[in-house]
Design a binder for this molecule. Structure first.
Ligand code: PRP
Length: 184
């Protein structure tokens, strides 16, 4: 691919591969929730907003959407572990079939916190759909539906950012290491 933005090293997952995988994930979710009246989809802001909107529009299972925003001490890529809710769900999820949609599994702290916290609210079921896994999770996490296993590099695009930039790139790309070092 030509004309990549200057801080982008290479494309890791291109637009058509993303679209194909999102459709396949939606099909699998539809099959597994065939008997469910309604699914309660929880998108984790901000990174999951594009993945979630594409995934939801491919689902035929009736569903509603809600969002949570979390903050962790340090940022993606840093060792942290302490996560807190900065915007909670609008509704009580007791007895609902909940599907958490996340963009990336890095240390695993966010997903671990989410499954413990939402699990304690007594949903009828709780599953997770994660677009990217770097394979370096340090804590117990359960991913029910996974998009792609990727190398342990800083990725941007399709919702993911570096200092709030590059979220709307249509592909998932590796950030140039030099820009990270410059801003460290
Ligand atoms: C990112 C990403 C996940 C989390 C994953 O969020 O969206 O929620 O980090 O990292 P972990 O597995 O180490 O917990 P970030 O804090 O960058 O916020 P953002 O989604 O608003 O960009």
């Amino acid at each position: 691919m030509t004309n990549l933005p200057k801080d982008i090293e290479r494309v890791i997952v291109d637009q058509s591969a993303i679209a194909e995988r999102v459709s396949a994930l939606a099909q699998k979710i539809d099959e597994e929730y065939a008997d469910v009246e309604s699914l309660y989809i929880v998108g984790i802001l901000k990174g999951a907003f594009i993945f979630m909107s594409d995934l939801c529009r491919k689902l035929t299972t009736p569903h509603t959407v809600d969002f949570m925003a979390l903050s962790s001490y340090g940022m993606r890529g840093a060792n942290s572990g302490a996560v807190r809710i900065i915007m909670d769900l609008r509704e009580n999820i007791a007895n609902k079939h909940v599907l958490v949609v996340e963009d990336i599994l890095d240390t695993g702290a966010t997903l671990n916190y989410l499954t413990r916290t939402l699990g304690s609210r007594r949903p009828a079921s709780l599953r997770t759909c994660v677009l990217l896994d770097k394979g370096r999770s340090e804590v117990e996490t359960q991913v029910s539906y996974l998009g792609f296993q990727i190398p342990d590099v800083w990725v941007v695009g399709y919702g993911l950012d570096f200092a709030e930039q590059y979220r709307t790139l249509p592909y998932i790309a590796e950030l140039n290491q030099a820009i990270r070092k410059k801003s460290a």
